[in-house]
Design a protein around this ligand. Sequence first.
Ligand SMILES: Nc1ncnc2c1ncn2[C@@H]1O[C@H](COP(=O)(O)OP(=O)(O)OP(=O)(O)O)[C@@H](O)[C@H]1O
Ligand SMILES: [Mg+2]
Length: 232
Amino acid sequence: MNFIELKNINKSYGKNQQYKVLKGINLTIQQGESVAIVGKSGSGKSTLMHILALLDIPTSGSIVLNSMEIEALKEKKVNQIRNEQFGFVFQQFFMKPKDTVLNNVLLPLQIASESYKLSAKQRKIKVLEALEAVDLKEKALSRAADLSGGQKQRVCIARALVNNPGVIFADEPTGNLDSKTSDKIQTLLFDINKAKGITLVVVTHDDDFAKKFDRQFYLQDGEIIKEYSNDN
Ligand SMILES: Nc1ncnc2c1ncn2[C@@H]1O[C@H](COP(=O)(O)OP(=O)(O)OP(=O)(O)O)[C@@H](O)[C@H]1O
Ligand SMILES: [Mg+2]
């Protein structure tokens, strides 16, 4: 069964919607799959990912998640799905630099706390487990600002993991990192995908990284021009 399905998605901006950013996007993602969205700057990758992650609404077309038509759901339900089932590694979601690593990773649990009803202690245990998964447990009480770039990126991954999501969306998770740190982040993301069965959707303009995913969608001027599968 298809887990996430986009049907004829269009996204336009401007007064008369004259600026078409996404044009008739059709794609499906299966549960547990790793998927890369690749393309040049301005091709619409982030826009597409925001729509997949239910952070933005398309101008037309439909999104089906787990057989649910998203448009038919109330906003509250969509927010709940996003908070409880999705994890995000987005560069524009900055960490709170003056706060500790622990508090930064805690954030998604506080947002979802209404439905989860976890005690403070249970939340802390989950945060420490997520930090352990990215090998940063010993930095839990450090200020986020004091970490290196690669460590900050791992904190973002821990924060995405803490809710035990079904899907992790990552926009350029290896951007601005040196090649060695980038390799570490790549390995970490694929380990999470394989070990926990978390679906992985990643935007990248790094072709070598993209080739390691189960499937790759190539975007050009808002259209998918190529789709590849790794059958190994
Ligand atoms: N809110 C907006 N209003 C108007 N135009 C927008 C808006 N958001 C994005 N765009 C335009 O849509 C196009 C695609 O943007 P998008 O951010 O999806 O590109 P991208 O492929 O992620 O690029 P990059 O690799 O540089 O991050 C760009 O031309 C951008 O200017
Ligand atoms: Mg982008």
